[in-house]
Ligand binder design. Structure first.
Ligand SMILES: C[S@@+](CC[C@H](N)C(=O)[O-])C[C@H]1O[C@@H](n2cnc3c(N)ncnc32)[C@H](O)[C@@H]1O
Length: 204
């Protein structure tokens, strides 16, 4: 149970009031811990929402920079306002657009230390295939909500959309488990998948 003081109470209050889905505090803390341990400083985030997880990642160190993609214009604008109000706008590149259309061409050639995927869950595989090549060798890829609020262990799912979503997330999780990459499924928050961009058992 997370009982740390909230670093960004204004953003948390906004998220609660406007029902914006943001990252679970314990999962967020684990992600920041991984950033500390790996020295990750240059982050690509898919799914900005109002910029709450980005603000937390920026809080890890003054030299953290975040490039973040959001398709919802209102959320994109709210996030930009928060970044400005918190004095970190110069360390954030906010991109408005569907990450399935933005592609990689407009992103910098400098390899990212870490990719954080937290957008439409059925597209995790697509986001992974598209954006993980931009992560440096040995870098981190973190995917949130891999438990889909328990949906992944439900046997009888009535809704066709929810069934399809579960199948897609299952497929992605299995693909990563079988990929030979070093990966861990952590049952914290709504489930975090942590992948190191390296073959398990190699020094590469
Ligand atoms: C769970 S929220 C992100 C929460 C945020 N990372 C945080 O913890 O503060 C998911 C966000 O991804 C955005 N999104 C969903 N599909 C997307 C896509 N294909 N491209 C860009 N953004 C997308 C949604 O509009 C939503 O704002």
């Amino acid at each position: 149970m997370n009982s740390r003081p909230e670093l960004f109470p204004d953003m948390l209050a906004y998220a609660v009031e406007h029902k914006v889905p943001i990252m679970d505090p314990d999962a967020l803390q684990v992600m920041k811990h991984y950033m500390h341990l790996t020295g990750s400083r240059y982050i690509l985030e898919i799914g900005t929402a109002i910029g709450y997880s980005a603000m937390h990642m920026l809080s890890v160190s003054d030299d953290v920079k975040v490039v973040t993609i959001e398709k919802n214009e209102d959320s994109y604008r709210t996030a930009r306002d928060f970044f400005k109000n918190h004095g970190v706008a110069a360390r954030v590149e906010s991109i408005l657009g569907d990450a399935k259309e933005v592609g990689t061409g407009s992103l910098s050639d400098t390899p990212f230390d870490m990719l954080f995927i937290d957008a439409s869950k059925g597209n995790n595989e697509y986001f992974f295939e598209t954006f993980s090549p931009l992560v440096k060798d040995g870098g981190l890829i973190i995917v949130d909500n891999i438990l889909l609020r328990g949906l992944v262990v439900e046997e009888e799912i009535q809704s066709r959309n929810r069934r399809r979503m579960k199948e897609k997330v299952d497929m992605f999780n299995k693909r990563i488990a079988a990929s030979g990459m070093l990966s861990s499924f952590l049952p914290v928050g709504d489930g975090l998948l942590i992948i190191s961009k390296k073959e398990e058992g190699t020094n590469a």
